[in-house]
Design a protein around this ligand. Structure first.
Ligand code: EPZ
Length: 417
């Protein structure tokens, strides 16, 4: 089982290329189910989750051709089942439900189980599809969805913001009969990226980038070419790596406008972020100080940056209160960080972080994607050696993390274990 070995204490200096956003690439690949024509996606990140989604699309009968960072998808849907052994590896598989149902009138998708960070139900996805005329039956751990004729447009008001439910229903609505309104829709940049691609495929979508999406269904969608938006979470992660090591790193291809609350919070903590033609220059010139953060749907502080920011705060002057409002169990990095000498106390949905002068290296265990990268960040700053085990979590969402860090002077290597 792969692990990553880090010897900390070296300021990062150099360039880090930012890849295409994982959380845009996955729904965009599912959009390939909406047309028989060819959908060409570029700036595709090389990640385990992308391979899993490609395997799932192939299972549905879609031809998937990979050419470097370009994916070409196309073909007829010949199988409407998304089997448990694929869905259990990646919850985002549930994003094929809306497109398959909209294209062929039926779909059998394994219920995605919970995961380390929470139970992660999909009730909003299912309720929305029922409002569009689908019949949903759960049995033997599978979602059996069917609709006589076409899905019908509907006005769907989400009781709370859900990225996945917004994406599933947005894709289904493109081929429904009539108008669909998605109110209280998620506004993450990855959703705007999906909507722009759908529009290029012939979908009629208004309100892109807002919390109210209006879709006029069309009979069919055609092929398109789309470049995937840069990954704002990868950007924020490496910004924290530059900050925690007291270095200076240029994040190539990164876009400040998608960093919103993360940039504001990092700047408040003492991190300098400057826009340059090639991307963002991130430096930490003086000390870090404790700043509170609360995770919220976009444009608030993203839950996918909570663990990384907590590591930064663990070596800041003063204290920081970090509150997780999106997932019920997303503090599993805390015990591991405390083993490295951090002083973090969790009280329900909040963690109080009291800064310490330095962390000390230790063998630690990764549990989920963002928790695992936060342990790598801790290792970069810690005295001595840190070994992060179970890095398969990391490989799901971060491309060549040890190569990118080593290129900026970090003493890090992957140990096949
Ligand atoms: C997406 O997950 C992302 N994954 C997650 O990133 C991200 O943390 C999350 O959005 C929030 O931003 C992808 O895009 C592939 P939600 P998703 O539906 O769509 C509850 C990462 O690290 N909920 O916005 O599953 C849910 O349990 C991953 O890259 C329901 O109760 O998130 C959660 O508490 C982790 N019922 C909250 O809503 C539903 O039907 C937000 O979930 C749907 C969601």
């Amino acid at each position: 089982m792969d692990r990553i070995r880090i010897r900390g204490g070296r300021p990062l200096s150099g360039d880090i290329p930012i890849g295409g956003a994982k959380n845009a690439a996955l729904p965009l690949m599912a959009a390939g189910l909406l047309t028989e024509d060819r959908l060409e996606l570029s700036n595709v990140p090389a990640l385990a989750d992308i391979e899993t989604m490609a395997a799932l699309l192939s299972q549905h009968g879609i031809a998937v051709e990979a050419d470097g960072r370009v994916l070409r998808l196309g073909g007829r849907i010949t199988d409407t089942e998304a089997p448990y052994d694929i869905v259990r590896k990646m919850r985002a598989s549930v994003l094929v439900l809306g497109p398959v149902l909209a294209r062929v009138g039926e779909a059998r998708v394994s219920l995605p189980g919970g995961c380390a960070i929470g139970t992660r139900p999909v009730d909003l996805h299912l309720k929305g599809l029922e409002q569009m005329g689908a019949e949903i039956r759960l049995d033997a751990g599978y979602i059996n969805a069917s609709v006589r004729g076409r899905l019908r447009g509907a006005t769907i008001v989400f009781p709370f913001v859900s990225v996945g439910a917004t994406e599933n229903l947005l894709m289904a609505a493109c081929l429904a009969d009539g108008r669909t309104v998605l109110a209280n829709a998620a506004r993450e940049p990855e959703i705007a990226d999906l909507a722009l691609c759908l529009r290029a495929m012939g979908a009629q979508i208004e309100g892109i980038g807002t919390d109210r999406l209006t879709i006029e269904g069309v009979d069919r969608l055609h092929g398109a070419r789309h470049a995937i938006v840069p990954d704002r979470i990868e950007t924020g992660t490496y910004a924290c790596a530059a900050a925690i090591t007291g270095g200076s790193v240029r994040l190539l291809g990164a876009r400040l406008e998608h960093l919103g609350a993360v940039a504001r919070t990092l700047r408040e903590a003492g991190v300098e972020i400057t826009e340059e033609p090639a991307g963002l220059l991130v430096r930490r010139l003086n000390g870090l100080h404790g700043v509170d953060a609360m995770t919220e749907p976009y444009p608030g502080f993203p839950t996918d940056m909570q663990a990384q920011f907590m590591v930064l705060m663990s070596v800041a002057e003063g204290a920081a209160m970090i509150t997780e409002t999106i997932f019920e169990n997303r503090f599993m990095h805390v015990p591991e960080l405390n083993r490295m000498g951090a002083r973090i106390n969790v009280h329900g949905a909040s963690a109080i972080v009291r800064g310490v002068p330095a962390l000390s290296g230790a063998p630690v265990m990764a549990t989920d994607l963002r928790a695992s990268v936060s342990l790598v960040l801790a290792g970069l700053a810690a005295r001595g050696e840190t070994v992060v085990n179970r890095v398969y979590h990391l490989d799901r969402g971060y491309e060549a993390v040890e190569r990118k860090l080593a290129a900026c002077g970090a003493d890090v290597e992957r140990d096949p274990g």
